[in-house]
Design a protein. Structure first.
Length: 188
């Protein structure tokens, strides 16, 4: 059975793909952009970012595991599509820097343990996951988005929290506004 391809059919197929190709790219670009959200929305950040006694809540929770060492803690949601890639990227950067303590991963649904009340207070102060908290002894160095930039998309990424260990800022860096792959926490 021979299929007769006419010039007209050939032209129509070419025109279809000439239109469909760019439309698919636009749709994929929209999907990629949808993965990158604000950690705090800029409008809410000024009034809600790490509000209340956030620094004290973090210190109370982290000091439940008291020692004078550096602690790198990542708070994540098992259901968030950003979690796995963020853990991989932080572990790779931690190994690249070298001489850093292991990454402690805390899942939102891990509610057992003596420090669950202190953890609940910390969770009330963060808007999204993954959230990185870096303590240097009893001092909070960083709290905010774990990775900024296109975590899910592979574009430029920055891990500000680990940089605070070498920069040693005088006061905690509370980073409320950044764009990247984050999953907002649902509130009650």
């Amino acid at each position: 059975m021979d299929v007769l391809v006419t010039d007209s059919l050939y032209d129509r197929v070419l025109i279809f793909f000439a239109w469909a190709g760019p439309l698919c790219l636009v749709a994929l670009g929209g999907w990629q952009t949808s993965l990158e959200t604000w950690y705090f929305t800029p409008a809410r950040a000024a009034t809600e970012a790490f509000a209340g006694n956030f620094v004290a809540d973090v210190s109370r929770w982290m000091n439940a595991h008291a020692d004078d060492e550096t602690r790198i803690t990542l708070i994540v949601d098992r259901e968030c599509p950003c979690t796995r890639s963020t853990i991989i990227k932080i572990e790779a950067e931690r190994r690249r820097i070298g001489n850093l303590p292991p990454l402690r991963v805390v899942y939102l649904d891990d509610t057992a343990g003596p420090d669950r009340v202190a953890l609940a207070a910390v969770l009330d102060g963060i808007p999204s996951t993954p959230t990185l908290i870096v303590m240097d002894g009893a001092s909070l160095r960083y709290a905010g988005p774990a990775v900024s930039g296109g975590t899910c998309t592979g574009s430029e990424q920055r891990i500000l929290g680990l940089a605070t260990l070498t920069a040693r800022p005088a006061s905690p860096v509370l980073n409320p506004i950044d764009r990247g792959c984050y999953c907002p926490l649902s509130r009650g």
